[in-house]
Design a protein around this ligand. Sequence first.
Ligand SMILES: Cc1ncc(COP(=O)(O)O)c(C=O)c1O
Length: 388
Amino acid sequence: MTHQHPSTSSRLSPATYAVVAGRPDRADGAPVNPPVVLSSTYVGRGEVRPGDTVYTRLGTETWEPLEEALAGLERAAEPGLVFASGMAAVSAALELTRPGSRLVVPQHAYHAALVAAHRLGERSGVDVVEVDIADTDAVLAAIAGGPTSVVWLETPTNPMLEVADIRAVSAAAHAAGALVVVDNTFATPLAQRPLELGADVVVHSVSKYLAGHSDVILGAALTSSRELYDELRLRRDIGGAVAGPWETWLALRGLRTLPLRVERAQENAAELARRLAEHPDVVAVSHPSLPSHPQHERARTQMSGYGSILTLRPRGGRAGADALASAVRLWVPATSLGGVESSLERRRRFDSEAPTVPEDLLRLSVGVEDVEDLWADLVGGLAAAARV
Ligand SMILES: Cc1ncc(COP(=O)(O)O)c(C=O)c1O
């Protein structure tokens, strides 16, 4: 069986490519969807040659359609690498840091990624430097301040929605001999393609928008460099954090509607952000679509959409935020993001969240429901917060 090659994507819009990528050949009687092969091992005799399918931890045709589809969407020259989770992909990419060198990370980012970076720092003598990645001068100074081998970007950041200048940071990092890894989970390749802006590696929590239905834990790493592909693949092979066949299948099925879901969710998010900004019971709202967002202009030029995560600080402080989360009926009070259903959570409910994230900050993952229903429910939640 052969699949669409990533290069096909350069001729098709992402909306089309998400539908056609990774399909089996159109032979008469062939299935329209790629099959799931449930086998841990493959028949083989004699010498193992590169590219042979021998053992599922090392590669299986069940991963390939999704890996090709993700590579096409991110415009990666190499096939994607799926991992057991977003964190497995993050950990593999963090290990690209050279022992004894500097790793520049955002001061706000997915908290487990920061924990992983600091643990790597302690174990491998890596100098982990946290910066405000929206402040390009500060990022450049951090790169210049030591022998930097990796600059880690998450943009927009989780949960503070800071936006980094990927192009400027990549140019400076490369001049200093460093690699740039971008966690593109929040933006998705529909809204932002970091490899085209100079980044070396993109990582994803496929568990979020790419799979899109809050029913899968999966991750991916993408690159256009054969050398980095080999490095990351070796880490997957020996680290063993490999994807299960059903998860891969579900993620590819979810990916088919990614463009539709992202378009609708982004529209909803921008509309809700606009309304929240005018609501008397809102202390602060942030979304890159708002002119009040400090990097609105950067997001407008770097991205082709503003994403569908927004943050909200309601009246009533921490207790108000908790009251809102308890009062809403449609929004799901739960962690994670990127599903078709709208969800929200107060991020500081996690001890490991950065102390600079306000206690009363709610992160809202806007889904694909009718915006009026979402708004009515939020207004009820804001009233509950204001009564605290
Ligand atoms: C931005 C970001 N990166 C990575 C991860 C980790 O992904 P996973 O939960 O699939 O391991 C998350 C999870 O919340 C995330 O939000």
